[in-house]
Design a protein around this ligand. Sequence first.
Ligand code: FES
Ligand code: FE2
Length: 445
Amino acid sequence: MISEALNVSFTRVGPGSDAGEVLRRYWQPAALVDELAGNRPVVPVRLLGEELVLFRDAEGKLGLIGRHCPHRGADMCFGRLEDNGLRCPFHGWHFNRNGQCVEQPAEPEGSRSHEMIRTKSYPVIEKSGIIFAYMGPGTPPAFPDFDCFRAPDTHVFAFKGLWECNWLQAMEVGIDPAHASFLHRFLQDEDPAASYGKQFRDTAADTEIPMTQLLRDYPRPEIRVEETEYGLRLLALRHMGDGKTHVRVTNQIFPEAICIPMSREMTITQWHVPVDDETCYWYSIFTSFGAPVDKALMREQRLREHTLPDYAPVKNKRNSYGYNPEEQGSITYTGMGLDINVHDQWAVESMGRIQDRTEEHLGKSDIGIIRYRKMLRQAIEAVKQGDTTALPMMQDALNHIQGPVSTDAIAKDGAWERAWLESDADRRTRCSWDASLSLDAGGAA
Ligand code: FES
Ligand SMILES: [Fe+2]
């Protein structure tokens, strides 16, 4: 457990807050590119507790500016998208994509007072189906050469979903390798061939064993955590008792992302992005090392579970996540259906909007969470001291930070340390795009 003061420091995200200032040193997912696909590319964005509006102008360029007009506060989401910018419908003040007011048509002829008016604006960039924003001071950091950013558009797919809880408890479920053996337990195994686009439904490594069976049969993973240049690498070892070990390699990418294997073909890179202190979005990039991603199928699967425009899950606390006690008895551990996202959503939302960590009792299996909080604490301190060079991924060039390797492998006991690297290298060799790693890739410290 931690003190109330530390819990506040870790969880609050507004301007000037401890964790908020750390998060502001990194690019943050602000919207899906899909959200700007309609006739009028203007969407509200609430990010780190700030109210913004994102738009694409007539030149196809993006702007992310304050949601409330600096004149008298009207909502710019209803603005007129014209003249390469956004015009407030109240009195016609016009803003370009950098937030500069360029016209005040109700002011006297020849007035130049618009030159003094500038609304908040943040740099934005499109990457792999996500529009990222930088809300911090100074020059934004570089992007690492992660697989999800290197893969061609045909091999990535992005989606998001709303969770009604603080970002940290959402992220912490992703660095807790033990929970998969319980929360995501399936009491029966489905045909892995029918598993496209779903997690934990493939067979394990190069075996006939369904992942669902492996997770169920070996619920006490030995968890090792290594610090890396990008965050943490977690190794979950399931000793199978027949001279074999299953190793699952997942990653924490500082400050709020994870990178995990989804199937033998795909990985998931997932950010847990604060909307405000009590709400967050998960943004995922699914990256394929095999065939091009079937985006239509991936989108359709996920749109069935979410309502637009908020990407709010159909199953939620107001309908008890579809909880069915009969199902809990015979099919799933949770009784909440086969979509593992719903399981995670229930786990993190049911803690309350901001988990009271003064009441928690961490165990040995929570080693990833313990190590992560130490990193976050150090980063908060470094930002307070004004020394951001100590934060992960703050160098000028990050193209040596690749991967991160996220994979499942099965090896003879004692040989697992090489096995996961070999199984990953094999996948990269066969990959149709350049997924090769430089020697120091993975960034082990
Ligand atoms: S409130 Fe926007 S122009 Fe007046
Ligand atoms: Fe999970």
